[in-house]
Design a protein around this ligand. Structure first.
Ligand code: SP5
Ligand code: ZN
Length: 364
């Protein structure tokens, strides 16, 4: 960054539209707490990548999106805020975000009876949400849709010949399933990139998720697809961490899913061993391209996870992820310490460049 350190050569895909999503808080155990997934996150990351070439996210049609999400989820996200406002809920009772209160959990329904889409906007708010923390405001849909465009643009760059590309996008995506949203995620950006790569390349592709939380959305989306390998290293949900219900080692699908849960307090050594294992697993599975779900909330200073990874750990993880020498799309997920988020992403990206360079040299 002009301080004599290495220059970043991976292109960075960007859109200002991310700022339209202001979470406005998170309702947790019924209490509205400050939002963690804030616009400043992406702005801080971009600030540390000033030496990289910036590529504006290009608009993509819904076609790619419909291979990973149900039309009903997209329709809901696109209209939920307008419906909420039209119903007057922002004035009475005075709730300025879409917040769910009733949920159609499967055991509510007798066999053969499915959930209707409720007439009331207040009830529809729970039809596709699986938590109360992931609020919808006036610009949420536009920002989430633009984040998918950023991830797809990064995939396009790699298909056009870049060895790697990074989508500096928010809101994040890896907790969003085909039909449900939660965990600060609305649309699954990394899954969109993976689906695009798989359809363009025809062969297997892999998603490796290094966010501190299990990538349950990506796992669910590709559960029945042997051509998209999904691996995730994360804090053990069994130790009490989000997403609580998923992310256990037993969830292997048909063999194309791999979860490596780590004990709270785990640091560089165990975390890097897991990242290395996932990279080797993806390569052994025949992956022809790699998507990295790049959360940096495993960092020691992050307020949202108990993992203890250092900046040097992120650099080394980048080297492990670049070492297979695959075309690589990196998509931003979590990371909540505003003071360090940019530096951590930069270290990871520099590590990927080093790993790819090493792989190129070995091939010659
Ligand atoms: C993309 C991503 O990293 N999503 C992770 C969201 C996990 N949030 C879990 C929050 C659990 C409750 N936090 C309580 C905070 C109290 N102030
Ligand atoms: Zn996370």
């Amino acid at each position: 960054m002009g301080d004599g350190g290495p220059r970043l050569s991976i292109p960075v895909v960007w859109t200002d539209l991310h700022r339209l999503h202001e979470p406005g808080g998170e309702v947790w155990v019924g209490v509205r707490t400050p939002g963690t997934e804030v616009p400043e996150r992406a702005d801080r990351i971009r600030g540390t990548l000033a030496d990289a070439s910036i590529v504006e996210a290009r608009a993509h049609s819904d076609e790619a999106l419909l291979t990973i999400h149900d039309r009903e989820l997209l329709d809901h996200l696109a209209r939920a805020w307008d419906d909420w406002e039209a119903a007057g809920l922002n004035r009475d009772p005075g709730q300025d975000r879409v917040v769910p209160y009733i949920f159609p959990v499967p055991s509510l329904f007798p066999a053969g009876v499915g959930p209707a889409l409720p007439a009331a906007a207040s009830a529809r708010a729970g039809s596709f949400a699986y938590d109360t923390m992931t609020l919808i405001g006036p610009g949420t849909w536009e920002a989430a849709r633009a984040a998918v465009d950023a991830a797809l643009t990064a995939a396009d760059l790699v298909l056009e010949g870049e060895r790697a590309a990074y989508a500096c996008c928010r809101p994040p995506g890896h907790h969003a399933t085909r039909g449900a949203f939660g965990g600060s995620c609305y649309l699954n950006n990394a899954a969109a990139a993976a689906a695009r790569l798989r359809s363009a390349l025809g062969g297997p592709v892999a998603v490796i998720d290094i966010d501190a939380h299990h990538g349950n959305g990506t796992q669910a989306i590709f559960w029945d697809d042997p051509l998209v390998l999904t691996g995730s290293v994360h804090v053990d949900p069994g130790a009490g961490w989000f997403p609580h219900f998923l992310g256990f080692a037993e969830e292997t699908g048909g063999g194309a899913n791999r979860n490596l849960p780590l004990a709270p307090g785990s640091g560089d050594e165990v975390w890097l061993e897991a990242v290395r294992a996932l990279a080797g697993w993806a390569l052994a599975g025949g992956a022809e391209a790699l998507v990295v779900a790049l959360g940096v909330d495993a960092a020691g200073g992050d307020p949202e996870s108990p993992l203890e990874v250092t900046p040097a750990g992120f650099r080394a993880a980048g080297r492990e992820l670049g070492a297979p020498g695959l075309p690589t799309v990196l998509v931003q997920e979590g990371g909540y310490d505003l003071e360090t988020i940019g530096e951590l992403v930069r270290e990871l990206l520099l590590g990927v460049e080093e790993g790819l360079r090493g792989a190129g040299e070995r091939q010659q």
